[in-house]
Design a protein around this ligand. Structure first.
Ligand code: TXA
Ligand code: MG
Length: 351
């Protein structure tokens, strides 16, 4: 299949022809990669079980891993869900449209293929203009996992989508680089006490301010063993992973730098390709040929935005060993470290 690559600008007039064509593809059961404010998504018709099947196939994803349904109008939430709790309206009022996904009871309109067999559905109303135009042009209910091939870092630009999906889907809409770069926050509202399943740009603190009490699923901070089923099935897979071996080094700044330099020297002596992911503040402490500056520790949004693209660069440079500093920043730190820890398979050296 030849994948058509088209640009969109978030301007309804300019984008109209692209949206009309994309909408046709979706309604005919095809797939389109689209930008959102978080990461690029691989979109299909959420109400068509055959589209869900094609998404799993194009991504190489296990079909027990449910898809998020994207809407472009709060009113559309009631068509795909049942028994919406008050908390959902409160969160929607505060954070929608935006990078928050809520798990609710599904209605019979949503095929089980879309939800990976679950009787719940993940619902998200993105704020990105291109995503919203696209959803409206495509019938209003769009299933979209992150557009990466399963196991690879999520796509934060159309270039990443082309790397992963070219030849596998009908169209890629290029809306430039995403603004956030980390997938949406996911909160499960189907229990008595809401539960955080995936941290994101909407922090747990921001959620607690609205919800009061909230649990956190164990899979957010720990590696879950095979016999535990995390609430978000996607959290059990080794995710966001570069091909090289990634290790996080954590501790006082000077000791972290010394430890990383020592390990890099060892790999070099063995002729192995290695690299460092460093804060801007520390970047000059490492060999300039090996260091990637992820941004200033005082600009956590930049660190979040650049993380996946740096992990992908590590693959294109065929790096075998990657050492990363730890980025425990005030608000986004929980989301950044959740992704970094998964990418590292929870391999951490405390110094
Ligand atoms: O920012 C995002 O959320 C992006 C963009 C494209 O919107 N999408 C995204 O989708 O990250 P995906 O499929 O890569 O991650 C969705 C996660 C998976 O871990 C999945 O297991 C979980 O959400 N999930 C989906 N439906 C669920 C459900 N009904 N119950 C529990 N977890 C669910
Ligand atoms: Mg994903």
């Amino acid at each position: 299949m030849e994948t058509k690559i088209v640009k969109a600008y978030g301007d309804p007039v300019k984008d109209a022809p692209v949206m009309a064509e994309a909408g046709k593809i979706i309604k005919a059961g095809g797939l389109v990669a689209i930008p959102t404010e978080t990461v690029y998504g691989l979109a299909g018709d959420a109400l068509n079980p055959d589209s869900a099947r094609k998404i799993y196939e194009a991504k190489g994803r296990a079909s027990d891993n449910p898809l998020i349904v994207h809407i472009a109008d709060i009113g559309d939430m009631s068509y795909i869900t049942e028994g919406i709790p008050d908390m959902a309206y409160k969160l929607a009022e505060k954070f929608w449209p935006g990078p928050l996904t809520m798990i609710l009871k599904k209605s019979d309109k949503v095929p089980l293929r879309t939800t990976g067999g679950l009787d719940t559905v993940a619902v998200r109303f993105p704020v990105n203009d291109i995503a919203r135009e696209f959803i409206k042009a495509s019938g209003g209910y769009i299933a979209a996992p992150s557009a990466n091939v399963s196991g690879r870092p999520s796509c934060t630009s159309a270039k990443h989508c082309i790397e992963d999906l070219s030849g596998r889907i009908e169209m890629i809409i290029d809306g430039g680089e995403v603004g956030i770069g980390l997938e949406s926050t996911i909160v499960d509202l189907t229990q008595d006490v809401p539960c955080l399943l995936r941290p994101g740009y909407i922090s747990s603190r921001m959620l607690r301010d609205v919800l009061g009490d909230m649990d956190t699923d164990a899979a957010v901070y720990e590696q879950v063993s095979d016999d535990v089923r995390p609430k978000a099935p996607g959290m059990k897979y080794r995710h966001y992973a570069p091909k090289g071996e990634l290790t996080i080094v954590r501790g006082p700044k000077d000791e972290v730098i010394t430890e990383i330099r020592r390990r890099i020297a060892e790999h070099e002596a063995r002729g192995e390709k290695c690299a460092v992911i460093s804060s801007h503040e520390n970047a000059r402490q490492y060999d300039p040929d090996k260091v990637r500056d992820i941004g200033s520790i005082s600009d956590e949004e930049e660190i979040g935005r650049r993380l996946f693209s740096i992990l992908r660069d590590m693959d294109s440079m065929e790096i075998e060993y990657i050492y990363s500093e730890s980025f425990d920043t005030p608000r986004l730190g929980e989301a950044i470290m959740n992704r970094l820890m998964k990418a590292a398979g929870h391999k951490v050296i405390e110094v």
